[in-house]
Design a protein around this ligand. Structure first.
Ligand code: CA
Length: 641
C-alpha cells in the first residue's frame, strides 16, 4: 500500500494510472518489442538509419565565462574520421572523444578571448573517403540583463497544453507519435500552446503575478500522454505543438516587456524513451541498465541517511522513473556536460529568469552540484529551485545551499519547492489542533527554518500539477481557501499559485489528469471565457479578487517580502504571526478552531507595542485591537496603524 502511495505521489510523468473511463490502455503504448522484464532494450548498436544529422548545441557564443565547449556531432559512421577546425581565429580543437557507437563524435573546443562571432567549419577527413564539412556558428553574447526572481515575486504556474490554444495550425502533425487533439480525453493533447500564453500575459499580470512557470515545453514525441512534457525527446527543441524555439524566445521577451519573469521547467533525471539519443544511444552507460525493469524507490531519505544500504541508494538513483523514462547516468561525463550545456544554452538563447528542476533528489548529487555551479558561473543571478517532494524538513533543507542540517556536502541548490510548508498548510486547515497536529504542524514546520541558510528563498505553494487541487483538499470551503491564500501571501518565501486556483478548480489528482483542466476561454470554441470578469461567477470573482488584492498589497509592501517573521505557539487552533520591518508591522490571525475566538491582546505585546488600531488590508476597514473577534476558518491580515 505504501508503494502505491508513493507511486501516486510521483505522478507528474506517469501514465500507468489511467482512469479506465478514458479507455486508454497504456500497455498498448509500450515501445515495440518490449516487455516489462526486458529492459536491456537500448544497446549501442550504431545501426540506426540516420536521417537527421545533428550538432548539439546547435550554436554557441563567444564571451562565455567558461571558454570550453563540447560539441556532439551525430552522423552516419563518423567515429574513425579525423577532425579539424577551419576558417576561424581563436578556436582551438582540444580533443576528440569517441564512444562505442560509431555515429557520434564529441569535439572539445576552446574558444579563446580573440575569437569573434561568426561561422567556422568542423571538417572530418576519412581514409579514402569523402570529406565531411559542418558549419558551426558562434554568436555574440547578449549583455547581461537583470534576471532572476526576488522576494517580491509571485509565480503563476501553467500547464501549457491546458491553458490556451493560441494557434490551431500546430494542433496536429502527422510525424508526431501522438496525433491530433481530443479535449475529452485527459491523456491526449488539448492544443494549448505558447501563443496561448503570449495572448494571456495581461491576464496573468492583472492577477498580480510577476513570473510565469510553464511545465516543460521541450519536445515530447511520445506515443502517449505527451502533453505533460516531462518525457523529453529533444533537449534542444520546443515541441512543435507548442510552437518553436523562436516563439518561446519571443514569449520570454514579451513577458519581460510586461514586467513578467519566465521560469523554464527542466528535467535532468531522465528523458523520454523516444528521445533520439535513446534510439541510437551513444554508449550503453548513458542510462542505468538493469537486467529487468527496475523502478526507483522514490525515497529521498536515502540520500541523507547515515544508515542507508547500497541496495536502497542504488534503487533511488539508478532505478527508472517509469517504463517510458530511462534513467540518466550523469556520472558519465559526456552526458553531464551535454545536460549542463543544454541549460546554459537555453538561458543565454532566451534570457529566461530561472529554472525549476524536476525530480531533484533522484540524480547523482555530485552532478547536480556541478550543474548548479556551472549555471551560476555563467548567470550569477539566475533563479534555480528544485522539486524536493520529500517527507520532512531536514531532508528538504539538506539539498539547499549552505544548509544547517549537519551534512558535510554542499549541494548548492539555492532554493527548493517547499513541500513541507505545503503539507503543513493542508494539515492546518483540515485537521483539529493537537500537540503536534493541525495548525501546530505549521508552527513546527516554520520553527525548523533554522535548517536553511535562507528559507525566504523557498518557493511556497498550495498545490501543483501533481497534487489535489487546494479547493478540493479544503472540502470546497471558500473560507478555508481564503485562509490558505492568506497564508501563501503572508508567510516567508516566494509564493506560487497553480492556474485555476483563482477559478476554484477542483480535482483530487487521482489520476493526475483531474487537476490539469482546460482553462475555460482558452479555446475559441469555449462558450464561457473565464479570462474576463463577466465570464466568471460571483464566487470565482470573489477568489480572483482576493488573490489579486493580496498579490498587489504584497508587491507594494516589502514587509511581506523581506520583513522578519515572528510567530506564537498556536492555542485552541488560533495562530498569530507577524511580519515586520522598520516601516510596517503586519499581524496575521488565523482561526482554525471550531468556534469564534476573542484575541488576547496582551500575549502579543512585544509586537503590538502602543498600537491600538489596525487596517484590515482586504476590507480596508479600521479596527480596534482591543476588540478583535475572529470567526472559525477565518484569517485576518492587519496592518498596524
Ligand atoms: Ca495549438
Amino acid at each position: 500500500m505504501r508503494f502505491i502511495v508513493f507511486f501516486f505521489m510521483f505522478s507528474s510523468c506517469l501514465y500507468s494510472q489511467v482512469d479506465s473511463i478514458y479507455n486508454d490502455d497504456p500497455a498498448q503504448y509500450m515501445p515495440l518489442g518490449m516487455t516489462h522484464a526486458q529492459y536491456h532494450y537500448y544497446a549501442d548498436t550504431g545501426l540506426a538509419n540516420i536521417d537527421t544529422m545533428r550538432l548539439n548545441p546547435p550554436f554557441w557564443w563567444v564571451g562565455m565565462k567558461n571558454p570550453k565547449l563540447e560539441i556532439l556531432l551525430y552522423d552516419q559512421n563518423i567515429n574513425d574520421y579525423t577532425v579539424r577546425i577551419d576558417n576561424t581565429v581563436g578556436i582551438e580543437l582540444e580533443k576528440v572523444k569517441r564512444v562505442s557507437n560509431p555515429n557520434y563524435l564529441f569535439i572539445d573546443i576552446n574558444i579563446l578571448p580573440q575569437a569573434k562571432p561568426g561561422i567556422f567549419d568542423i571538417v572530418l577527413y576519412g581514409n579514402n573517403r569523402n570529406t565531411k564539412r559542418y558549419k558551426y556558428e558562434l554568436r555574440k553574447r547578449k549583455n547581461m540583463i537583470e534576471r532572476g526572481l526576488r522576494s517580491s515575486d509571485f509565480i503563476y504556474q501553467i500547464m501549457p497544453d491546458r491553458f490556451a490554444n493560441g494557434d490551431y495550425t500546430n494542433d496536429n502533425f502527422e510525424d508526431m507519435m501522438q496525433q491530433g487533439i481530443n479535449r475529452k480525453k485527459m491523456y491526449f493533447r488539448h492544443g494549448g500552446d505558447i501563443q496561448g500564453i503570449i495572448e494571456h500575459l495581461d491576464y496573468i499580470k492583472s492577477l498580480g503575478a510577476s513570473a510565469i512557470w510553464a511545465t516543460p515545453l521541450l519536445e515530447n514525441n511520445q506515443p502517449y500522454a505527451s502533453y505533460h512534457g516531462y518525457a523529453i525527446t529533444d533537449f534542444y527543441n520546443i515541441d512543435k505543438r507548442f510552437g518553436n524555439n523562436e516563439l518561446y524566445k519571443k514569449m520570454v521577451s514579451k513577458a519581460h516587456k510586461k514586467g513578467l519573469k519566465t521560469i523554464m521547467d527542466i528535467v535532468l533525471n531522465h528523458c523520454g524513451n523516444e528521445n533520439w539519443l535513446m534510439h541510437d544511444i551513444p554508449s550503453s552507460d548513458w542510462i542505468y541498465q538493469w537486467p529487468e525493469f527496475t523502478r526507483s524507490n522514490f525515497r529521498s531519505s536515502v540520500v541523507a541517511d547515515p544508515y542507508v544500504s547500497d541496495f536502497d541508494r542504488d534503487k533511488l538513483t539508478k532505478g527508472w522513473f517509469d517504463y517510458s523514462m530511462p534513467d540518466f547516468n550523469q556520472s558519465n561525463d559526456l552526458l553531464a556536460t551535454y545536460l549542463i550545456q543544454n541549460n546554459i544554452w537555453w538561458a543565454e538563447y532566451t534570457q529566461l529568469d530561472g529554472y525549476r528542476i524536476d525530480t531533484w533528489f533522484f540524480p547523482n548529487q555530485d552532478f547536480l552540484s556541478k550543474w548548479v555551479k556551472s549555471i551560476k558561473n555563467e548567470f550569477p543571478d539566475i533563479t534555480l529551485f528544485g522539486e524536493t517532494w520529500v517527507q520532512n524538513e531536514s531532508v528538504q533543507a539538506y539539498f539547499t545551499k549552505n544548509n544547517k542540517s549537519g551534512c558535510n556536502k554542499n549541494f548548492n541548490l539555492p532554493a527548493v519547492l517547499d513541500f513541507q510548508l505545503n503539507f503543513a498548510i493542508e494539515e492546518a486547515l483540515t485537521k483539529p489542533q493537537t500537540w503536534t497536529g493541525g495548525i501546530a504542524r505549521l508552527y513546527y514546520t516554520l520553527a525548523q527554518d533554522f535548517l536553511y541558510d535562507n528559507a525566504y528563498n523557498n518557493i511556497i505553494f498550495l498545490d501543483n500539477h501533481d497534487k489535489s487541487r487546494i479547493f478540493s483538499t479544503l472540502g470546497e470551503d471558500m473560507d478555508k481557501l481564503k485562509c490558505a491564500i492568506g497564508l501563501l501571501m503572508t508567510l516567508r518565501g516566494i509564493p506560487a499559485i497553480y492556474y485555476g486556483t483563482e477559478l476554484l478548480f477542483k480535482g483530487d489528482g487521482k489520476p493526475d489528469g483531474t487537476v490539469r483542466q482546460d482553462f475555460p476561454g482558452g479555446w475559441k470554441e469555449d462558450k464561457i471565457n473565464k479570462f474576463i470578469k463577466t465570464g466568471r461567477n460571483l464566487e470565482e470573482n470573489d477568489i480572483y479578487n482576493y488573490i489579486r488584492k493580496l498579490a498587489f498589497y504584497r508587491k507594494e509592501n516589502p514587509v511581506l517580502q523581506t520583513g522578519k517573521l515572528k510567530h506564537f505557539i498556536p492555542e485552541n487552533g488560533l495562530y498569530v504571526y507577524f511580519r515586520y520591518n522598520k516601516e510596517k508591522t503586519i499581524m496575521i490571525i488565523l482561526n482554525t478552531g471550531d468556534k469564534l475566538q476573542v484575541l488576547n491582546k496582551k500575549r502579543y505585546g512585544e509586537l503590538l507595542g502602543n498600537h491600538i488600531k489596525a487596517k484590515n488590508i482586504i476590507t480596508n476597514k479600521i479596527i480596534n485591537l482591543n476588540d478583535i473577534k475572529i470567526k472559525k476558518n477565518n484569517i485576518l491580515i492587519l496592518e498596524l496603524i
